[in-house]
Design a binder for this molecule. Structure first.
Ligand code: 3AM
Length: 178
């Protein structure tokens, strides 16, 4: 039987930035905070993939060379809806992050993987709320926040395992950026 893995590609955040985000999370009035070690900026969500495909994806990403993006986290955002809401900080960034996103997608297509088509809105999810919760107070807390600028020196392939009290993310491989 082939193992199936739930995969996504993301920028891990520097430790000091995750620390600052954790301080911000303690001020959120509602929701389930994302664990500090799991804070990331998603580039592509791939969903369930067979292990062979995961290996093809790894090989395709391993030779990708791109500049390291510089990012400032600011701007309160809400994603999702009835089935659950993500409270997030937007990512203010220049062309390198969009270029990296495009190149990652190109590499995925080269191995026959079609990532979701939604427009790329770079963000870091800080907490999850149920679909019917009022997100306004959480968004208000985030409006004045500004974290960075910082540089992400690598992106990574993650496996996500769903558990009752949140997802566990395992970093499978890390790809350096110049
Ligand atoms: O970076 P964030 O937290 O916004 O919401 C999930 C998380 O995004 C998203 O993939 C990231 C790593 O888990 N995700 C989970 N299921 C998804 C789905 N079915 C999804 N994105 C799109 N479609």
């Amino acid at each position: 039987m082939t193992a199936i893995m739930r995969l996504f590609i993301a920028l891990p955040l520097p430790e000091d930035i995750r620390h600052d985000l954790a301080a911000l999370q303690t001020r959120l009035p509602a929701g389930r905070p994302v664990a500090q070690e799991n804070l990331h900026l998603t580039l592509a969500f791939l969903g369930d993939q067979p292990q062979d495909t995961a290996e093809d994806i790894h090989e395709a990403l391993d030779t990708l060379n791109a500049p390291a993006p510089q990012i400032t986290l600011q701007g309160a955002e809400i994603f999702g809806g009835r089935h659950g809401q993500a409270v997030a900080l937007g990512a203010d960034c220049g062309a390198p992050l969009y270029e990296l996103h495009d190149r990652v997608r190109g590499r995925l297509r080269s191995v026959g993987v079609q990532p979701e088509r939604r427009r790329f809105r770079p963000h870091v999810t800080l907490a999850r709320l149920s679909g019917h919760a009022n997100a306004a107070p959480s968004l208000q807390t985030l409006v004045p926040a500004q974290i960075g600028p910082f540089t992400c020196p690598a992106f990574a392939l993650f496996a996500s395992t769903l558990h009752r009290d949140g997802a566990i993310h395992e970093e499978l491989a890390r790809y350096p950026l110049a």
